[in-house]
Write a protein that binds this ligand. Sequence first.
Ligand code: IPM
Ligand code: MN
Length: 349
Amino acid sequence: MHKIAVIPGDGTGPEVVNEGLKVLQAASRKFAFKYETRVFDFSGQRYLNTGNLVSDSDVEELKKYNAIYLGAVGDPNVKPGIIETGVLLKLRFALEQYINLRPVKLYNSNFCPLKDKKPEDIDFVVVRENSEGLYKGMGEFKDKGTKDEVAIQISYNTRKGVERCIRYAFEYTRKRNKKKKLTLCGKTNVLTYAWDLWERTFNEMAREYPDIATDYTHVDATTMWFVKNPEWFDVIVTDNMFGDIITDLGAMIQGGMGIAAGGNINPQGVSMFEPIGGSAPKYTGKNVINPLAAICACGMMLENLGEEKAGKAIEDAVIKLVRTKLKSLAAGKMGYSTTEVGDLVVENL
Ligand code: IPM
Ligand code: MN
């Protein structure tokens, strides 16, 4: 029995989560696994109503589950930063989900903004460190509000944190068994403390993986290669901030936020799966948002729960739909509504 905590969240989160749960139910019948869900109401809306974010006891409760399925959090009426740190980052940090795994895979070249790129050219995975770096929230103001003000924001990198992330990336590259190439994406030429540690750790660990080819690119150049030669990549490992930035670009070259899914992974604990896009307030309640990112996140979750066949079948059902029926992956332009897209995935299963 898989115990799944569901956090629909804000905006279009609940709509896309509903479609994911529809597909989950269909998959459980077809692949004969059992699951139960419980909905947790963490959201910007709840914060506005009650002032509550995610508490330590909420975190303890979530630890009783095998996985978390998240829609999106963020409410335009809440000051930026509160929900992000109080819900999303709180969950990632408190549950020690130290990997953010973001596959970038093009399913249909018609939906790629790059000229002449085919599905076989865009198929890589970003392993983003998910617990440290600039996201640690360390820093201070000096003389705030004066003309001599200084704002300091620290990138915090521990040897253990860097090591476990790079270790995960090497193991993942081996298991993935495609090009068997791991690229470190950093900024060794300017950020000479953090990236010295990352590069040393990476090079030392590479010796333990003679079967994996290694490579290094600066983050700025990485964005260039994503557009020019995405076919060069297999697995990329990078820090929290760079990973955040390059995976939005990654989402665009795979067809947009409508299809981009990710997992916040604690290899020894509870992982959380989400579409990487936001709560899309302007599309809320219109039945137009693309649920495929959430459905793909559900597939990743099942794989993580040991239901590999079901996870693969969901991806195949999505691929078939994206190649044969959808007019676009963008909200309101798919040729089908949100709920119809969910139904079509179920049909293809
Ligand atoms: C993401 C988001 C989050 C991040 C925000 C909402 C805190 O952009 O999941 O990529 O920066 O990690
Ligand atoms: Mn982001």
